[in-house]
Design a binder for this molecule. Structure first.
Ligand SMILES: *[C@@H]1O[C@H](CO)[C@@H](O)[C@H](O)[C@H]1NC(C)=O
Ligand SMILES: *[C@@H]1O[C@H](CO)[C@@H](O)[C@H](O)[C@H]1NC(C)=O
Length: 234
């Protein structure tokens, strides 16, 4: 009886599961569904790396088997096909994971800020441009009633990385944009709209996540490169 219920639970549980754990879990589901059911809620948002220790399906040895094991042991042909056999082969093509099934992740945005060569005022090029140290950039997200802003400044390579507030996840990233805000030097301070630095840049997803010093994993996005413009001194 319990097994029938467990079986009925399988599709439901699978739908809850992150795609990556499917194959591992499907093996042990029928026998251990009641145990696992509780633990699914505890999985962290990151893909779980450690499988439960009790992974090997224990074939309960019967007295008959015992005798066979001592000598030459031909694999005993199962008389009863286990009722749960059909569950074992993993369903071949799972559809690609839809966004709704991705785990929620914190987000971080990176980019680089340049000072354009004075020779290219008004031209969208970074030929001869130099990275800017101390440029201010702003990430703004409109996921809540009040827009949430986070600002940061660039390092000597013109590079910046902004961690969005914890309330923003990859689910709401389309409500975020990044702006170039201000320059540390008056000589090169005109904000250009290169890659949306002036009007707000849309975040482009990166393949690899960003992991911070606390080992937290962020979905990483990129913007820019952004640029200020300078005028050639006469
Ligand atoms: C701008 O162009 C002039 C003449 O081509 C060149 O001498 C100068 O080095 C250039 N300046 C920069 C910052 O690239
Ligand atoms: C957030 O909303 C404000 C006002 O409605 C708007 O000016 C701003 O561009 C929005 N920001 C983003 C990231 O969409």
């Amino acid at each position: 009886m319990g097994f029938v219920i467990a079986k009925a639970l399988v599709p439901f549980l699978l739908s809850l599961l992150c795609f990556t754990v499917f194959s591992e879990k499907a093996e042990s589901l029928p026998a251990q569904a009641p145990h696992h059911r509780g633990s699914y809620h505890h999985y962290p948002t990151a893909a779980p790396m450690s499988a439960p220790p009790s992974h090997a399906p224990s074939q309960a040895p019967t007295p008959h088997h015992h005798h066979h094991h001592r000598g030459h042991a031909p694999a005993p042909a199962p008389v009863h096909t286990p009722a749960h056999a059909p569950v074992h082969p993993p369903k071949p093509p799972m559809p690609p994971p839809v966004p709704a099934h991705f785990p929620r992740k914190l987000i971080a945005v990176q980019g680089v800020v340049y000072c354009k060569s004075c020779n290219y005022s008004g031209v969208d090029t970074l030929l001869g441009a130099k990275p800017v140290l101390g440029a201010t950039v702003k990430l703004q997200c409109n996921n809540t009633k009040k827009p949430q802003d986070v600002k940061t400044t660039t390092d000597k390579n013109g590079y910046f990385l902004i961690k969005a507030p914890g309330t923003i996840t990859n689910y709401g990233v389309h409500r975020c944009k990044v702006w170039l805000v201000s320059s540390p030097s008056t000589a090169c301070s005109k904000i250009t709209n290169l890659h949306g630095g002036l009007t707000g840049a849309i975040l482009r997803p990166e393949k690899k996540p960003f992991v911070d010093e606390k080992k937290r994993e962020f979905a990483l996005f990129s913007v820019g490169p952004f640029a200020f413009e300078s005028k050639c001194p006469r």
